[in-house]
Design a protein around this ligand. Structure first.
Ligand code: SF4
Length: 306
């Protein structure tokens, strides 16, 4: 998808949102097709894989891989509907046993894709695939450069392993791929943003004030006593006018906060997009209420500045 088409789509989404339309005259962009909901990590703020006192209500999705054939079918069924396509949805894409083939499937169809990864499972085969079929962007959840700080987020994780993998990948990665290193500004990770920039200069960085409770599933006060500064207060959200997500079972979601999909790709994208359930979500958001499927959501809709 070209930048111009993306801008037109976004402008149309904002216009329809502001006009209070619940039935939309256009199809959504598909922002994510999650290729797996499995993960090798057990991060303390992850509602899908974390455990212990930080998790108030686990995300009830099944942990499974999307078959390659199903992924290719989705790419072929909805051509030109992909905004830079995320392959990560509550799962670690690099542990999918066929990740190189997924990268190739995107590349062959001209679909720009991006991944979010903890970088622990970066084999030579994956590094080669990323070199040959370069993603547009890699969001590397590095969080810290010291083991103690890293383990605060990822118990049992090995920071030296992820750093070594990152160095190997940076040596061969195509210049067109943006490497974005992430951490979160919370007390336990103080100073880590500076460490990351020092150890890995010439990358891009995401040190946003982001700490999501995943609709109240995660007790973010464990991470920052001043947790309120991280969460959005606004009831507004553009997602149901703009994008949709597809999970690893082909379910269509308004965003990645939901447990249950709102429909399935086999039901027809437009049928689901303008079906009762989607329209109800839009009506509630327009009424300023985060209820029903959106109950407890504290997603920060930075896109529109609300
Ligand atoms: S759950 Fe949150 S991010 Fe998803 S559509 Fe509702 S308000 Fe938007």
């Amino acid at each position: 998808m070209t930048a111009l088409r993306r801008k037109i789509h976004t402008a149309m989404s904002i216009l329809c949102y502001r006009s209070g339309l619940c039935t939309l005259p256009y199809a959504p962009l598909i922002s994510t097709v999650g290729i797996t909901t499995r993960c090798n990590a057990r991060c303390r703020f992850c509602a899908s894989h974390g455990s212990g006192s930080t998790i108030l209500r686990p995300c009830a999705r099944k942990h499974e891989d999307m078959p390659l054939r199903e992924f290719e079918r989705i790419l072929d069924t909805f051509p030109r509907r992909f905004d830079s396509l995320g392959l990560s949805d509550f799962g670690e894409p690099l542990i999918h046993p066929h990740f190189p083939e997924f990268a190739r499937a995107c590349w062959r169809r001209g679909v720009r894709y991006n991944i979010t990864t903890n970088g622990q499972h970066t084999t030579d085969e994956i590094i080669r695939a990323i070199h040959i079929y370069p993603p547009q962007e890699i969001n590397w959840s590095l969080y810290a450069t010291t083991q103690e700080a890293y383990e605060f987020i990822f118990p049992g994780g090995d920071v030296e392993k992820t750093k070594a993998n990152l160095r190997r990948l940076l040596r061969t990665m195509a210049p067109r791929t943006v490497m974005r290193l992430r951490t979160i500004p919370i007390p336990a990770l103080r100073g880590q943003a500076e460490n990351i920039m020092k150890e890995f200069p010439n990358c891009q960085y995401d040190f946003d004030n982001w700490l999501d409770s995943w609709a109240g599933r995660v007790d973010v006060s464990h991470f920052d006593p001043e947790w309120k500064k991280h969460t959005a207060r606004s009831a507004h959200c553009l997602q149901p006018w703009w994008h949709c997500w597809i999970n690893s079972a082909g379910g269509i979601m308004t965003c990645n906060v939901l447990d249950e999909p709102i429909g399935h790709v086999d039901d027809g994208l437009m049928n689901v997009w303008n079906g009762n359930a989607y329209r109800e979500v839009r009506r509630n958001i327009l009424a300023g209420k985060r209820v029903g499927r959106c109950e407890g959501c504290d997603y920060r809709n930075n896109m529109t500045g609300w």
